[in-house]
Each structure stands twice: as C-alpha cells, then as structure tokens.
Design a protein around this ligand. Sequence first.
Ligand code: CAA
Ligand code: NAD
Length: 307
Amino acid sequence: TARGMATGAAAKVLPEVPKVGVIGMGLMGHGIIQVAAQAGFDVVGYDAFPGAADKAMERINGSLAKQTGRAVQKGSMSEAEAAASVESTVARISHSGDMDALKGCSLVIEAMPEDIALKRKVWTDLQAATAGTDPILATNTSSLQLADMADSTGCPDRFVGLHFFNPVQLMRLVEVVRTDDTSEAAVDVACRFVEAIGKTPVMCKDTPGFVVNRLLVPYMAQAMAMLDRGEADVAGIDAAMRLGAGYPMGPFTLADYVGLDTCLSILRGWTEKYPGEPAFIVPDVLVRMVEAGHYGRKSGRGFYTWD
Ligand code: CAA
Ligand code: NAD
C-alpha cells in the first residue's frame, strides 16, 4: 500500500481519516505505532524528547526484521515480499517533536510515563493542537483512573482507555476502558480499532488496574516481598512460577520486562490512593532497585542483567 492509502480494515474503522497519533514513543508507544502501521493505518508519533523517535524507529525496524525473518524462514514469505512489507509499514509512519503534527488524526493514543500531572498537561495542550478535528482520545495508562484526567481532555465523551500489553507486538489483548462519560460511539471505534490491529478487546470499568494489572501487579509485589523476607531467591521464585504454575515468565523477569520504574509508580500511586487495600504494597527491594537506577530490561539492569 502506498503511503496515504490505508488498507480496507483501517479505512473501515476510521473512515474519514485513517490516521492514528501516538504520544510517547517509548517501550509501549513504539509497539503501538508498529502494530497500527502494520494494520494499514497511517501513524504519526510524537515524543517531546530528542532521540526518542530515532530509538523507537530502531526498535520498530528490529521487530519487523525479526517477524519477517521468521516468516521467510518458515517459507510463508519470500525475501522480496518481506522487504516490501517492511518498507510499506515503515512508510506509513511519520514522527515529530511538535505536537501540532497530531492535527488531522482521528484517534490519538497516549503512551507517556505513568504520571497524572504530565498526562493532564499534555491532554490540555492537545486541545489547541487538535481544535476542530474532534479525534477519539485514548490513554494507555496501566493504573491511573481515567476519571482523574477526563476533564483535562476537554471532551470526556471522546475519551477511552486502550490498555495494551508488553510486548505489544506479541500480546493479543487490549483492555478497552470506559468511564460514565464515554460515548457509545467512542467505545465502538476503540473496539473496532483493536480488532483491526488483530487483537481482542475486553471491556473494563475505570477501576485500579482494570482486570489484568489488578491481578498481575499485586502478584509481582508479593514475589518481591517474599524476596525481602529472604524466603527464596530471584531465580528460584521465577523457576517456581514457570515450572509450577505454567507462567511464561516468572514474576521478576516480568517485572524487569514491564520496567521497575513503572511497577514502582503504579504501586506507589495505589498505596497512596487506596490505603485500605492490603493487596497494594511497595516492596523495599523495588524502591532500592529504582533508586539505584536499575529499571529492568530498558536500562540494561534490573533483577537480571540484560543485553
Ligand atoms: N517484536 C517482534 N518479535 C518479537 C518481539 C518483538 N518485540 N519479542 C519477541 N519476539 C519474537 C521472538 O524473537 C520469537 O521469535 P522466534 O519464534 O522466531 O524465535 C517469538 O517472538 C517468541 O519470543 P520468545 O522466544 O521470547 O518466546 P516466548 O514463548 O518466551 O514468548 C512472550 C515471549 C510472549 C513475551 C512470553 O514470554 C509472555 O507471554 N510473557 C509474559 C508477558 C506478559 O505477561 N506481558 C504483560 C505484562 S503486564 C503489561 O504489559 C501491562 C502493564 O500495564 C504493566
Ligand atoms: P517509557 O518511559 O518507555 O516511554 C514513555 C515515552 O514518553 C518516552 O519515550 C518519553 O520520552 C515520552 N515522553 C515523556 N514526556 C513526554 C511529553 N511531555 N510529551 C511527549 N512524550 C513524552 O514508558 P512505557 O513503559 O512505554 O509506558 C508508557 C505508558 O504505558 C504508561 O502510562 C504505562 O503505565 C503504560 N503501560 C506500560 C506497560 C509496560 O509494560 N511498561 C504496559 C502497558 C501500559
């Protein structure tokens, strides 16, 4: 498909302008950009930090190379088809350090750090940048309440949660979160977008952690508390949950994968907001790791050392 001409699925979901904006081109943002472009949407990435877009494009190219390399190996794609598919996906992606580039998008997905003040500020700034175009706005927040930022968008009826999972390229779920103010039309576009990118939407209420993180984050925190108590070591706990419970990754590998800074900001936010909930704890080891600058896989070191 040539740039600017979306494929059928993309044009069906966003008929007027099949163009998606992504704010924040980090761990999650780059994956969201990639899967949307692969499904035929034009995608504009916006990141405020110099170098973030280049790093995101490097990650996207690496991931596409992995996927197409695998397809060639299996014989489901020729070398030429693989190269053409990478080229057409990358051609649908543009990026900018200027928020005005998001003008004209029909759907804007925010994937910035888990910081309510930052998210509120950017939603407010976006009102001017997208004035008159009325896009659907979606947050990828893991743990914040949509109700605490809906007013900053200026259009709570067009505001939803689209909660992706890491790694975006492989995980098949997207939680679709609605508030009391979200319109049926916005929910409908959100669900159809999720299906168009080949994933399964599950509707969630605006509760802490929605479904997956309400269960998964306390589980990782309990594993860290177990380590703090000296009951078992990192490798032992991970092996136990992989081999004894059938999880694809143990809790420490998973925490490194999610990002220890992200895990900490989720747990800190929850313990402050819901002090009566015993499942929400901030393990000492997690605080120590983050204070030492060990953020997990993305910084090269967490509970494990990563390449
Ligand atoms: N892009 C493209 N391909 C990728 C990739 C990427 N980003 N990452 C891995 N792959 C490829 C691998 O190269 C591999 O390809 P080959 O088969 O050709 O070798 C294939 O995908 C499978 O990867 P692995 O060999 O690593 O296989 P795996 O069976 O271990 O699967 C996994 C990997 C799907 C990540 C699996 O380990 C898993 O499901 N782990 C749990 C992940 C999870 O729970 N995520 C949710 C975190 S919580 C969250 O995201 C929410 C939040 O708000 C914090
Ligand atoms: P990240 O730190 O990897 O990426 C955040 C990106 O936002 C960075 O590239 C940063 O430069 C950019 N950014 C910061 N301030 C900005 C601004 N003012 N304007 C534009 N861009 C800005 O974080 P991440 O892990 O991708 O998480 C992003 C969001 O997704 C968070 O809300 C997080 O809770 C959620 N989430 C994370 C995971 C996970 O496993 N890490 C999974 C699902 C959802």
